[in-house]
Design a protein around this ligand. Structure first.
Ligand SMILES: C[S@@+](CC[C@H](N)C(=O)[O-])C[C@H]1O[C@@H](n2cnc3c(N)ncnc32)[C@H](O)[C@@H]1O
Length: 317
């Protein structure tokens, strides 16, 4: 990722870090861990918090350098002990609590600044979400895909939850013999159609409106692409992988891009933040699910810290 776009990306998402620090401080995590190492269950019991989200918050605190984690137990880093535990000369917990108290002002700033409050528009929000996927891909992830995923000789790709169809567009331009089927919900397909038209790729890319919960992925595919769509729970992911397997010809390829945590679940930071809101597997968890779906030759052709992107591929024997 270029330096400028990386700096911009940090600015875009800076509020997530503040919020994690505020919430961990508010729950009393750093007080609790000032004198002992505790596991998730003990932390939840003391903080009266829900295990799933608490674990995601703790993982992020580890990735932020506020906590450490060894053998499933969390502890304060020197930084947390010096500044985030009451009684220390340089204690900053009151300031963090204060920043949380006035958070609502910053949340409402746009409403406050406008003469007339902007009407909520779910359609505009959805378009922003979908076109954000094109932004991030063109910002660098697309090059990572083209440089590391070889689709030579492949004829038919099924792009699951394709969003604005950016990966299909890139792949079809690189491999003129490839045809891609873009599969997504109707409201997203409407946007993908505009992109396909804009890119003049109607002959190579077709669209299918559908829902991965209820529809299958067709048949005769020799590539199934899952880019940033395998981050639900294990059952949902296993279901999608099985549909991919069933739709592929022998020798067919699955290609996956995801935000993934490391094996010990201590980071990296961006997947940890993604995990707080959406959920993220560790690399090992996702590899296991891919193998359980019947795939072989599971490989990781690319990992990019800059783009927080891990690419995996596997074959249907
Ligand atoms: C994070 S975006 C990824 C878009 C694209 N694959 C990319 O990486 O640029 C997730 C996509 O999944 C689609 N999606 C969400 N739920 C779906 C469902 N039940 N069936 C099919 N697509 C779905 C969304 O419309 C969206 O386009």
């Amino acid at each position: 990722m270029g330096e400028e776009i990386k700096n911009l990306d940090d600015l875009i998402w800076a509020y997530r870090l503040s919020r994690v620090l505020q919430v961990a401080n508010g729950l009393g995590v750093f007080e609790l861990l000032s004198t002992r190492r505790l596991d998730l269950a003990a932390i939840c019991q003391s903080c009266k918090s829900k295990p799933d989200l608490t674990e995601r918050l703790l993982i992020t605190c580890v990735a932020m350098g506020l906590l450490g984690k060894e053998q499933r137990r969390y502890f304060n880093t020197d930084l947390a002990n010096k500044y985030l535990t009451r009684g220390q000369k340089l204690y900053q917990g009151n300031m963090i609590a204060h920043s949380a108290t006035i958070w609502h002002f910053w949340d409402k700033l746009e409403d406050e600044i406008r003469e007339v409050k902007k009407e909520a528009s779910p359609a505009e929000d959805h378009r922003n979400f979908i076109m954000a996927m094109e932004n991030i891909t063109l910002g660098g992830r697309g090059k990572l895909f083209l440089d590391n995923i070889d689709l030579s000789g492949r004829k038919k790709m099924f792009d699951v939850g394709a969003g604005p169809a950016t990966y299909s567009v890139l792949a079809c331009k690189r491999y003129p013999e490839l045809k891609s089927v873009v599969f997504d919900l109707p409201e997203t397909i409407a946007i993908a159609k505009e992109v396909i038209l804009r890119e003049n790729l109607k002959d190579q890319i077709t669209v299918v409106e559908g829902n991965w919960d209820t529809d299958d992925f067709g048949c005769g595919n020799d590539v199934v692409l899952f880019s940033n769509v395998l981050h639900g729970g294990e059952n949902e992911t296993a279901m999608k992988l099985k549909k991919a397997y069933d739709s592929l010809i022998p020798g067919g390829l699955i290609v996956i891009q995801e935000f993934l945590l490391n094996e010990n679940k201590t980071g990296p930071l961006i997947p940890a933040l993604f995990n707080v809101m959406v959920g993220a597997f560790s690399v090992e968890e996702l590899k296991r699910l891919i193998k359980e779906a019947g795939f072989t030759n599971v490989e990781i052709p690319a990992v990019s810290k800059d783009f927080s992107s891990t690419w995996l591929k596997a074959l249907k024997a």
